[in-house]
Ligand binder design. Structure first.
Ligand code: CP
Length: 325
């Protein structure tokens, strides 16, 4: 990927908010990735902090649990010299009955410059983006989208594989309830990859073919020619009914173990957005093995989110100062 000239203002990014991958153009995804590549080069410096968002205040509004996304956004904001404050449901007036709308408007009235929202309801981030003047970044809304996860996942694939044009990516597991799967399907299709969805029929319904993907319930077929296999955990928190007999049966039918990993090409990447349920969707030695890039995904979550904070803040009212050489 050619590095961008960070001393010129990005001219292809006009979005105040990042709510979903679906409306993004290929050029916008490329811009995020090239900017993330530039930010990654700064991580090797002894002084990692850039003054780009100095004076800006960002609120991490997390109404669902998170480790990777919350911390990566916090580190990304701090690397750009922004101030960032965590607001969680249990320690906020949401538990006293205050609405999400009122909570968000209070945050804006407190002079925050951006809200990063994780919420269990699909559409929550889009709603706040409509009613607030400040940028809203979706850190995962129900089973709808998790755009920053897909951006870091495809960034990691492009780092490892180069162009994704014509590459084969298998997403295996609980597709039905996965916002990660939805965002990745959009991103991968825009970047020219072929996507195969695999798993039990109850969790990989046929209507997903409308996204331009293939579907198989046969694991060997799903793994045999994949350049990447992305494993997903079973999203108990979003399932209201039983979609298969139990985790033991899921592991027996679809868990990635040593025997099944032999169906993969030796150079195929094993990915997982986390959190992992070791011994269910993936055996430990594969999660920690040579084909796994799971922890590299986590690390890349910092620079892709730095790019998103930079671009959305830049598209909002006040332009940040340019990056130092
Ligand atoms: N992948 C992901 O969103 O992980 P967290 O729930 O830990 O943020």
């Amino acid at each position: 990927m050619p590095p961008p000239d960070l001393h010129s203002e990005p001219d292809t990014w006009t979005r105040k908010d990042l709510i979903a991958i679906e409306p993004l153009s290929r050029a916008e995804i490329d811009l995020i990735h090239t900017l993330a590549t530039q930010f990654k080069q700064t991580l090797g410096r002894s002084q990692k902090k850039l003054p780009t968002l100095r004076g800006k205040t960002i609120i991490n509004l997390f109404i669902e649990p998170s480790t990777r996304t919350r911390i990566a956004f916090e580190i990304a904001a701090k690397r750009l010299s922004a101030d960032i404050t965590l607001v969680e449901q249990k320690a906020s007036s949401l538990v006293k009955g205050e609405s999400l709308r009122d909570t968000a408007q209070v945050i804006q009235a407190l002079n925050a410059d951006m809200i990063i929202l994780r919420h269990s309801a699909a559409g929550a981030a889009a709603y706040l983006a409509r009613i607030l003047e400040i940028p809203v970044i979706n850190a995962g809304d129900g089973a709808h989208e998790h755009p920053t996860q897909a951006l870091l996942d495809t960034f990691t694939m492009r780092e490892k594989l180069g162009s994704l044009e014509g590459r084969k990516v298998t997403i295996l597991g609980d597709i039905l309830f996965s916002r990660v799967a939805r965002s990745n399907i959009w991103a991968l299709r825009k970047l020219g990859a072929h996507v195969t969805l695999a798993g039990p029929a109850t969790l990989v319904p046929g209507h997903f073919r409308e996204f331009g993907v293939e579907i198989t319930h046969d694991l060997k077929t799903a793994l045999a020619d994949a350049d990447v296999v992305m494993l997903l955990r079973i999203q108990h928190e979003r399932q209201s009914a039983t979609h298969f007999p139990g985790l033991g049966e899921y592991k027996a039918m679809y868990g990635l173990n040593a025997e099944r990993a032999r169906w993969l090409k030796p150079e195929a990447l094993i990915m997982h957005p986390g959190p992992i349920n070791r011994g269910v969707e993936i055996d430990s030695h594969l999660a920690d093995g040579g084909q796994s890039v799971i922890l590299e995904q986590v690390t890349n979550g910092i620079v892709t989110r730095m790019a998103i904070l930079y671009l959305c803040m830049n598209a909002a009212k006040t332009k940040p100062s340019p990056l130092p050489a």
